[in-house]
Design a protein around this ligand. Structure first.
Ligand SMILES: [Zn+2]
Ligand SMILES: [Zn+2]
Length: 338
């Protein structure tokens, strides 16, 4: 029987909330595929779900929404995939396809959307089902493990670039420098942008400079040049105000964060002259397809920190402590077979 790391009761990760369970081999629905998981990224959203900061939509549930694997079986209506194809599965697990948002191509805004590892069982598992229309081809240049972090931080970073309105060759600020920002910076530099990185950690500041940033400093420091746009990754509201101070008139601050504490009060003069603040909500399936193709062309480099499926609790604990050496990824292979 296949095995999965299942959450029944959200609690602090130090108490090992995920438990390995056996489950019967799943049957694909008519529009679904069954995926043999090879690798699944571990994201802050998984940590929030496991600890209860993000309310579970159903329990028990298997987390994980940066899945790379191979199609094992297909449902009777599926024409887009065949057994053996390599696919990636992200946070959007399915949308209604009929509402005003879906029909306008904004499927990320669908009120009926289902999410992988939240509404549907996700990729901390040897086998999972997914909707065929919510799976993506993975460019051949990536290993299974290296591709996994592209499917959340990478795609959302790509959408943040679009929402920020940054054009090729312009000056972009990145506020926070974790896994998503690192992927986003590579796309921005590929487009000829000059990148300015603000982050608290001195270590991350020097890593940003090593990776091609023109300037790096703390959140409170104003970059030496006015920015055309900025993206905030840090889950702290004051960072949005710091970014706004650095953006020139007409520029946008895009907020790449699902959860943010309060944005502090700030003088209207900071927003005046057509500066804007926009949130970034997940990504559309088109974003995912475009980004994955571009990531293969650039090619985007990911740094992963692998853990066996059995160590999912440990990976989450290290993510919480900021001790992962790159993007944490669960490897789901032979070693995990019963
Ligand atoms: Zn994620
Ligand atoms: Zn919809």
């Amino acid at each position: 029987m296949p095995r999965a790391q299942q959450l029944s009761t959200p609690r602090p990760v130090a108490e090992r909330p995920l438990r390995m369970v056996d489950f019967p081999e799943p049957e694909p629905g008519a529009d679904e595929i069954v995926v043999e998981v090879a690798a699944c990224g571990v994201c802050r959203t998984d940590l929030q779900l496991v600890e209860g900061d993000l309310a579970a939509r159903r329990l028990p549930v298997v987390p994980g929404h940066q899945v790379v694997g191979r199609v094992r079986r297909i449902g009777q209506n599926v024409r887009s995939w065949k057994a053996g194809d390599r696919v990636g599965i992200g946070w959007i697990g399915g949308t209604c396809g009929l509402c005003e948002h879906c029909t306008a191509g904004n499927d990320n805004l669908c009120d009926e959307a289902e999410f992988t590892g939240w509404d549907r069982d996700g990729g901390f598992s040897q086998l999972m089902t997914a909707r065929a229309d919510s799976a993506y081809a993975i460019p051949p240049g990536f290993s299974d493990m290296d591709a996994a972090p592209l499917l959340c931080g990478g795609v959302i970073g790509y959408r943040s670039l679009e929402i920020s309105g940054i054009e090729p060759g312009r000056r972009l600020g990145l506020y926070g420098f974790g896994a998503s920002a690192i992927l986003t910076m590579q796309v921005a530099i590929h487009r000829g942008c000059t990148v300015y990185v603000a982050t608290r950690s001195r270590e991350e500041q020097s890593r940003a400079l090593d990776m091609g940033a023109t300037w790096a400093g703390p959140y409170s420091a104003l970059p030496p040049d006015p920015l055309d746009a900025a993206i905030t990754f840090a889950p702290a509201g004051f960072v949005v105000v710091e970014a706004l101070k650095a953006v020139k008139p007409g520029g946008t601050v895009a907020i790449n964060a699902i959860h943010l504490d309060t944005i502090p009060e700030f003088p209207y003069a900071l927003l005046w002259r057509e500066r804007g603040i926009r949130s970034v909500a997940n990504f559309t399936r088109r974003d995912a397809r475009e980004f994955l193709q571009l990531a293969g062309e650039i090619p985007v480099r990911t740094v992963v920190d692998p853990y066996p499926l059995a160590d999912a609790n440990i990976a989450l604990d290290r993510l919480k402590r900021g001790e992962t050496g790159g993007a944490a990824v669960l490897t789901v292979g032979e070693a995990d077979s019963p």
